[in-house]
Design a protein around this ligand. Structure first.
Ligand code: OKP
Ligand code: ZN
Length: 339
């Protein structure tokens, strides 16, 4: 399978406020390195991305937000701040007017929703490259119909139209889905199997009837991202019925997870969409430090086989997965089941 990958991610090594401790993020460069070497060893062909099309990004994110992300690090240093990571410490109180602060520190709060995600010197270059991988994967799929894997880092599914958080800045899966629409697919499904709810992807597409978003994840009542991903969120306005959330309790066993995946896959099959984007988080792995599900490496192959039964042109976009030692084999196992 074609794997679209880049080294630009290496300069992005963020910090994270994790349960009260501030330290290196779980989402580090090692992740992509492990996946790339495992896939190369399996004989997959690694290719680089084309330059990012900012007009494409502007169809799934607010233009002001993208400009903010691109400039934030320079504005941080120009403001005389010397900390190695730019981050917010204040978010809008519920019911606030929501006016956008002009000062950078206030703007960081306006454009983020979690203290687990910071911006450093190499962040924009990694983020824009990660989105370019998703764009290029979609272009390749549109050209020849063969499934493509985008080794995106940082991940994207938590990034909303105008907020970063959950280690995500630009929504790579949304970029891929939008590209497939722009290249002629009337309808596309995003199937998000990451342990965490893809709140950003839902937010971007919830009022649209051309991109269906289905997600199997830990119940947000007891897990990050806490505030969306409930079963009764089924789409908004024109998008009514075009969002499917299948939350599961922490500690859910593998047979239950597989049966729930089946429900999402069946629904996608019933809708008759023309293309598929898989948001592949492997933090459902039994050994993942951020997850509580129990999938083993072979289960990723079984999951992929089930998804492949849809027979849809498919782009796979990397999301989470933090058991660094097992990341490569888990992703390789999934791709093996797809083809
Ligand atoms: C990103 B993706 C831990 C709490 C906040 C939550 C994890 C973000 C997961 N420090 N971070 O969905 O894998
Ligand atoms: Zn996750």
């Amino acid at each position: 399978m074609i794997v679209v990958a880049s080294d630009a991610h290496r300069d992005h090594h963020a910090s994270e406020l994790h349960d009260g401790d501030f330290g290196p993020s779980f989402e580090g460069p090692e992740r992509a390195e492990r996946i790339a070497s495992a896939l190369a060893a399996e004989g997959h062909a690694l290719v680089g991305p084309d330059p990012l099309d900012l007009d494409l990004v502007g169809r799934v994110h607010d233009a002001d937000y993208v400009e903010f992300l691109a400039d934030a690090w320079d504005r941080w240093t120009e403001r005389g701040l010397t900390a190695p990571m730019a981050m917010a410490h204040t978010w809008p109180p519920r019911g606030s007017a929501g006016r956008r602060p002009t000062d950078l520190v206030g703007r960081l709060g306006y454009h983020s929703f979690a203290a687990d995600t910071t911006i450093g010197a190499g962040t924009w270059s990694a983020v824009s490259s990660s989105a370019a991988l998703a764009q290029s994967a979609a272009d390749r799929l549109a050209a020849d119909g063969e499934a493509v894997y985008a080794l995106c880092r940082p991940p994207g599914h938590h990034a909303t139209t105008d907020q970063f958080g959950g280690y995500c800045y630009l929504n790579n899966a949304a970029v891929a889905a939008q590209r497939l629409v722009d290249r002629g697919s009337a309808t596309v499904a995003v199937l998000d199997v990451d342990y965490h709810h893809g709140n950003g992807t839902q937010h971007i597409f919830e009022a649209r009837r051309d991109v269906f978003v289905a997600s199997v994840h830990a119940d947000p009542i007891e897990e990050f991202p806490w505030f969306s991903g409930h079963a009764d969120e089924t789409g908004v306005d024109d998008g009514a019925g075009w969002t499917l959330n299948l939350p599961l309790p922490r500690g859910t066993d593998v047979p239950t997870w597989m049966a729930t995946l089946d429900r999402a896959v069946d629904r996608i099959g019933d809708l008759g969409v023309e293309a598929l984007v898989v948001s592949l988080g492997v933090d459902t792995y039994v050994g993942d430090p951020l997850g509580t599900f129990a999938l083993d490496t072979g289960d990723f192959t079984l999951a992929a086989r089930r998804i492949a039964e849809l027979g849809l042109p498919t782009v796979v976009v990397q999301e989470g997965g933090y058991a660094d030692d097992a990341l490569g084999r888990n992703v390789a196992a999934f791709l093996a089941g797809l083809s």
